[in-house]
Design a protein around this ligand. Structure first.
Ligand code: NAD
Length: 326
């Protein structure tokens, strides 16, 4: 197979490209390097089946030109991360909505299957201990710009569903829940690389809010296996899937674990959300997935533990000279 991966120079996309190349597929990455980097895919250039195109999903002609020679598309290109989106509202909406529309409409012309990556953010303020794909989604009003990312991703889901129902395009919608591991940067507020870097530098480990909020973390290698499995499964078409780790942990406990595993003497400090994100910021208590649907359809089961994720991230940050700024 020859796959197009939009956003393939990013964190998840580069691992996906690596996985597909290693098993013998061909991969074309389209990325404008907004948050991705050439270093993420440097090691793939020696593979004959790999090609990188620097460009944007906003360029529909370019998307069409590349997609013509591909069999299917993993659409990951996006303005990512709540903090980044809050600081770049218009650009983020444009990329996440128009970019996705370009990918879906070009794919529909050629009948190419598309997997789109949505986010656990779409569940919004729901306070269920475990989120199911068919739950109602509770998103805040527009002056609380935290919900912009979720809204843009949710519109992507509706768009994909529309292409499936009205145009017969085979699509799969994946809601990723906190995917972590090597190459993830802390720059856009991602908690694990941020904590690890702070701990390694002996700086305070900054927990936002009370630290009692519960999150779950999935190793990027497990996420990739889940995404590829869903792409290849006919029964997944036209459906939404949670891909995450059903095992939750409080952010406070995560900070303690990072401190232990790095052997750091950093203090753990608590910072109110408003100081980090400004007024009107709303956070949620739970963000843990129910993954029974993915389990039933493709046998999805995370293989890696939180400790594996933390150890891999610590080694990566140490080996690469502590590159992710906080
Ligand atoms: N990592 C997670 O925990 C997580 C959780 C939920 C959803 N997601 C989704 O998964 C996808 C990948 O996220 P990631 O964590 O790897 O983030 P990332 O920032 O590393 O990857 C996004 C990539 O998209 C590229 N990009 C942005 N705008 C583009 C454009 N206009 N044209 C082409 N490329 C563009 C960026 O340069 C980057 O390489 C995103 O769609 C994100 O919303 C990720």
């Amino acid at each position: 197979m020859r796959y197009l991966i939009t956003g393939g120079a990013g964190f998840v996309g580069s691992h996906l490209a690596e996985y597909l190349i290693h098993r013998g597929d061909e991969v074309v990455v389209l990325d404008n390097l907004l948050t991705g980097s050439l270093e993420n895919i440097e090691h793939l250039h020696k593979s004959p089946g790999f090609r990188f195109v620097e460009g944007s999903v906003m360029d529909k002609n370019l998307v069409a030109e590349i997609m013509e020679k591909c069999d299917a598309v993993f659409h990951l290109a996006a303005a990512v991360g709540v903090k980044f989106v809050m600081e770049n509202l218009v650009t983020s909406i444009e990329i996440n909505v128009r970019g996705t529309e370009n990918v879906l409409s070009v794919a529909a012309e050629g009948g190419k299957k598309v997997l789109i990556t949505s986010s656990s953010e779409v569940f919004g303020k729901s306070n269920k201990a475990s989120f199911h794909e068919e739950d109602d989604l509770i998103i805040g009003p527009p002056h609380k710009v935290r919900w912009c990312y979720a809204t843009s991703k949710l519109l992507d889901e509706f768009l994909a569903m529309g292409y499936f129902l009205e145009k017969g395009l085979p699509v799969v919608i994946v809601r990723l829940f906190n995917v972590c591991g090597p190459r993830q940067t802390g720059r856009y507020g991602m908690v694990i690389p941020r904590f690890v870097k702070q701990a390694l530098n002996g700086e305070p480990i900054t927990v936002y809010g009370t630290g009692k909020q519960i999150r779950s973390f999935l190793h990027v290698k497990d996420a990739v296996v889940g995404m590829v499995g869903l792409m290849e499964e006919k029964r997944a078409e036209g459906m939404v899937f949670n891909i995450g780790n059903p095992q939750g942990i409080t952010i406070e406990a995560l900070a303690i674990k990072v401190k232990e595993l790095t052997g750091s003497s950093s203090p753990i400090v608590y910072i109110p959300y408003e100081e980090v994100y400004g007024p009107h910021f709303e956070d949620l208590i739970y963000r843990v997935p129910d993954v029974n649907r993915a389990k039933a359809v493709i046998g999805f089961q995370p293989k890696y533990s939180l400790e594996d994720i933390l150890k891999d991230t610590i080694s990566y940050i140490k080996e690469s000279g502590n590159p992710c700024s906080t």
